[in-house]
Design a protein around this ligand. Structure first.
Ligand code: FE2
Length: 237
């Protein structure tokens, strides 16, 4: 193995280790998330819609910032942009089929912080920072997507799960591609990617935790199924 190959291998290893650590944390909250609770899933779809609207914009910003010497990354961003086209519409349609208008769920501050920080990192740190955000989102889709897709289909039907259908199938390939490209990053660039990965994972978990707490609060003040049934039985026929 020559020096360049050795350096690439070390960079790749460092990113994969950090990625695996973040996936463990993300998987824990995905396991806790009540995917079969209609209100929780609707809130998840809505916040997903709000940040996925920015995917192609972030990719085009990142693409424009790469120098000619980093053309491989520039071209990969262009291809990725095409693959992400209109994906926000999938989340919006799933939400409609679930029975909610997007106007019911404004963008949360956590969601704003999640994607807005990427505009800053791309502009002021390095365009490769976006890979941290991509690894976070595509990583958890690839790890947990098929299971969540199954749960959502079972609870609400396939028409409410097109976002998960697409992402549980596509993101495996995206991830392999991302790791291959990232082995070519310089050590200082790898550090920026790791910062973005950790930050994205922290903020994404906060988005999910906020939804879990909102739904728990709502449930704390609502009648139980049992209570509703006994009330129904006491009504005159
Ligand atoms: Fe997507």
């Amino acid at each position: 193995m020559n020096t360049t190959e050795n350096k690439n291998e070390m960079t790749s290893q460092k990113i994969k280790e950090a990625f695996n650590r973040e996936m463990v944390l993300l998987q824990k909250i995905y396991n806790k998330f009540p995917w079969q609770n209609r209100e929780a899933y609707a809130r998840w779809l809505a916040q997903t819609y709000h940040f996925v609207c920015h995917s192609t914009r972030l990719l085009s910003l990142s693409a424009a910032r790469f120098s000619l010497s980093q053309n491989k990354f520039h071209l990969r961003c262009l291809d990725h942009m095409k693959e992400e086209r209109s994906h926000e519409i999938l989340a919006l349609n799933d939400l409609k089929h679930l029975g909610y208008p997007i106007s019911q769920f404004p963008e949360s501050s956590m969601t704003s912080a999640f994607y807005q920080s990427q505009y800053y990192l791309i502009d002021y740190a390095h365009p490769l920072a976006l890979y941290g955000y991509i690894l976070c989102l595509e990583g958890i889709s690839s790890t947990a997507g098929k299971d969540v897709y199954g749960q959502v289909c079972k609870a609400f039907g396939e028409k409410t799960a097109t976002f998960w259908k697409v992402h549980s199938q596509e993101d495996d390939g995206h991830l392999a591609e991302a790791f291959e490209k990232l082995s070519m990053a310089a050590p200082t660039e790898a550090d920026i990617i790791l910062q973005s990965l950790k930050q994205s994972s922290d903020l994404y978990r906060m988005i999910l935790a906020e939804i879990i707490s909102q739904v728990s609060d709502i449930n704390a003040f609502s009648r139980s199924e049992e209570d509703l049934q006994s009330y129904g039985r006491s009504l005159p026929a």
